[in-house]
Each structure stands twice: as C-alpha cells, then as structure tokens.
Write a protein that binds this ligand. Structure first.
Ligand SMILES: Nc1nc2c(ncn2[C@@H]2O[C@H](COP(=O)(O)OP(=O)(O)OP(=O)(O)O)[C@@H](O)[C@H]2O)c(=O)[nH]1
Ligand SMILES: [Mg+2]
Length: 401
C-alpha cells in the first residue's frame, strides 16, 4: 500500500471533504481533521489530512467505460463544496466491497468502519463550523484582546468596543498594546468632541436642558448659572417649563433666590415667549425642562423650547447609566436633534465609557460634565483627552510596549 498523504483546507467541513474526494477519490482515507485558528477576527478554517485509498482499490475503470455503465455521463464528481453533490457522490461511489471482493471480509468491514468514521467526522465538523459562524470563536491577538477587555471594563457597549478594536487593528501602526490603545483613543476622540463651556459663551446665549428623569438637569442648570455669574460675570436668567412635578418650580426658585437671579415659570408657548421677553437683558438664559418618560411628552417639551430664538438643546444623560440604557436613550432623543451633550453623575459611574453609546447616536459635541451634587463646584468643561479618558485611559508608562 503506497498511499500519499495530502492536506486540504476549506471554510467548512463539507467543502474540505468535497476537496478531498475531488482530489483523492471516493475511497480516500481520512487521517485527521482539525479546526485551524484564523487570523485577526477571522473565522477558523477546517483542515483535513487524508491519504489516497488507491492501494485498496481496484484499478480505476476508464471514463468511457464508467459512462456506458450509466453512472452519470462520465461526470460523476459533484461540484466542490456542494452539500447535496457531496452526499450524492459518496452514495454513488462504489466501495471495494460493492465492487465485489467477497473473499476479503476483513477489508470490507474496515472500509465500512472508515465510511462511518468519515460520516461522524463530517457531522462533528459541521457542528464546529456552525458554532464558528455564530461568532463564538472570534480570534484576536492578545494586545487587541487586552484593549477590548479594557473598553468593556470601562462600560463601553460591547458592539462599539469590538468596532473600535477592529478599526484600530486596521489603522494602527503596529499591534503593540500601546499603539492599539493610542489608535483606539484617537477613534474615541473623534466621537467625543468637546466644545466651549456654556458659562464661557460670548454674546447672548439661550440653553435648554433636556433629558431623562432625575439625571440632574435642574442641579446642573443651577451650577451653570452660578459659574456664569461668578466666573464670567454674566447676567443670568432662569426659565422653567417644568410644571409637571410638584416642587420642581420651588427647587429652581430656591436656587434663583440664593444666586439673586430671576426665575420665571411658563406653562405654554405664549407664557414662554413672554418670559423670554422679560429677560431680554440677560447674557445667558437657562431653561429647565421636566424629565418625562413618555416619548410624546418629551417631544412636546422639545417643541415648546424650540420656540425660543437660537436656543440650544443640551441633552443631559447620567454616566451612571448602563451602556444599553444609554444606547436606548440615544435612539429616543436623536429625533429631537439635540445640539450638545452633557454627561452628569460621573462620580457615580462605575463604567463611564458607557457615554460613548449616546455620543455615537447623537453625534454632537460635549459641553460639560458633572461629578457630584455640590453647586457649582462639581461642574467641569473637559478637554478632548479628558473625555477620551472616560472611555479608555492612556496606558501607564510601565505598560507601554
Ligand atoms: N452624585 C451625583 N448626584 C447628582 C449629580 N447631579 C445631580 N445629582 C443629584 O441627582 C438628583 C436629581 O437631580 P435633579 O437636578 O433634580 O435632576 P433632574 O434631572 O432635574 O430631575 P427631574 O426634573 O425630576 O427629571 C439630586 O439629588 C441631585 O443632587 C451629580 O453629578 N452627581
Ligand atoms: Mg428637574
């Protein structure tokens, strides 16, 4: 017996076995099969090692002869990779037993065993391949896996973390952790863009804070007002359309009283425009809205504040909210086309990288962040690098490779 050993690789077991059969014939002997790890984020391949079974066969009949025996016009091989074709081929192929060597019982049973083994291997490989297709065996180099884990650890939405690492692997000068981290940081920086702090704006400025319930809109509004008064020496006025919640107006009125700035309440568009007229001398007009869970209430309030000339809508979201919730908030508020983003409660955020979920969906600059209840201390305008730190801090020098 002088069988030659060959190796075949294909995307799945069916294709690999079809290639084996196409090259070595129906009686090829399967020696081994294994799943070959792919490259970066590439799917695994199936590698089959097989030997020609020619030493066990009778000499092959000439083609013309086969054709005349009615076995498919001389074209008895299926197209490679065809599941149906492969099965038809394996059924149509005649084993040494079928071709009639009744005297050699041992050989016949060995062939049977081999056939069964091929079939079992084929089924096992099909399972492995379908699991691989499900994405459970994505292969990434260790440095990329480390950066990916870092992003997940910072609370970044898994799908965004994977997208960032994937892009970084294509763009990065090398696959060293430091290079990948730096590229991911650049990509994050493109998505978290800072802008001038609201209290530092020149000229007349009108800002309305919108956002989910309890994220800190009223408190943040008071912080901005205080900073504008104290640091920028601006004239400030506060308006509110939050007439839903008992005590909401009182909360703002109390802040106004402490700071000595006017606070006006408006229930509808007419009242709002009238209030706006009354504070026309103010450099900075800050409008508070009610946190509402019903989508139609949110839209109604946004429509109302949009009645104010050149108003900027700042969407306030709590960084202490999970990535999936922030993704949903981003989807919900995108239609309102907020002009700026404002991240609150960074002090309570175990995974501040979750803010990326809302940033990619809204696609607007970040005006400022808050990290505590103190008015006005816990309000900050972050640089681009500081915003990026929320998602992926720079590698410590000791770990740079
Ligand atoms: N830890 C922490 N708490 C904050 C921060 N900002 C606001 N808060 C607290 O969050 C709670 C809700 O703040 P509000 O300003 O009333 O929130 P809101 O968004 O106006 O709430 P609604 O008007 O009811 O939607 C209060 O207890 C605030 O003191 C922050 O940055 N960090
Ligand atoms: Mg409020």
């Amino acid at each position: 017996m002088s069988a030659t050993v060959h190796t075949f690789r294909a995307a799945d077991s069916t294709s690999a076995l079809a290639a084996v059969k196409a090259a070595l014939g129906p009686d090829a002997i399967l020696i081994s099969t294994r799943s070959v790890q792919g490259g970066l984020f590439r799917r695994a391949e199936i590698e089959v090692t097989a030997a020609s079974g020619s030493a066990m066969e009778e000499p092959a009949a000439p083609r013309a002869q086969r054709s005349s025996s009615g076995e498919g016009q001389g074209e008895d091989r299926p197209p490679a990779g065809s599941e149906r074709g492969a099965r038809a081929y394996s059924q149509g192929a005649r084993s040494p037993l079928e071709r009639g060597r009744p005297d050699d019982d041992q050989l016949a049973s060995e062939v049977k065993l081999l056939r069964r083994s091929v079939e079992e291997t084929r089924r096992a490989l099909a399972t492995v391949t379908s699991e691989a297709r499900g994405g459970r065996d994505l292969q990434i180099p260790p440095a990329a896996a480390e950066v990916h884990a870092g992003l997940i650890g910072r609370g970044v939405e898994p799908v965004l973390a994977e997208e960032l690492v994937r892009q970084a692997m294509q763009l990065s000068a090398s696959l060293l952790p430091s290079s990948l981290t730096s590229t991911v940081r650049d990509l994050v920086g493109e998505r978290l863009v800072p802008c001038r702090a609201p209290w530092l704006h020149g000229g007349r400025h009108v800002i309305a804070l919108i956002g989910p319930t309890g994220v800190g809109k009223t408190t943040t509004l008071a912080k901005i007002a205080a900073r504008a008064l104290l640091e920028a020496k601006k004239r400030v006025a506060l308006l509110t359309i939050d007439t839903y919640r008992i005590g909401a107006c009182d909360q703002l009125a109390r802040y106004g009283e402490i700071m000595g700035v006017p606070v006006l309440v408006a229930r509808d568009r007419t009242e709002l425009l009238r209030a706006y007229e009354r504070v026309k001398d103010a450099d900075l007009v800050l409008v508070d809205t009610a946190g509402r869970s019903l989508a139609e209430d949110v839209v109604r309030q946004a429509d109302l504040v949009r009645a104010l000339p050149r108003v900027q809508l700042h969407l306030v979201v709590s960084a202490a909210t999970g990535a999936l919730e922030l993704a949903a908030i981003g989807e919900r508020y995108r239609a309102l086309q907020p002009d700026r983003l404002l991240f609150s409660k960074l002090d309570e955020a175990a995974g501040p990288g979750a803010v990326l979920s809302v940033a990619v969906r809204i696609g607007r600059p970040v005006s400022c962040v808050t990290d505590g209840q103190r008015v006005p201390e816990d309000l900050h305008a972050l640089t681009g690098s500081e915003l990026t730190d929320l998602v992926l801090p720079e590698q410590p020098a000791s770990k740079r490779g």
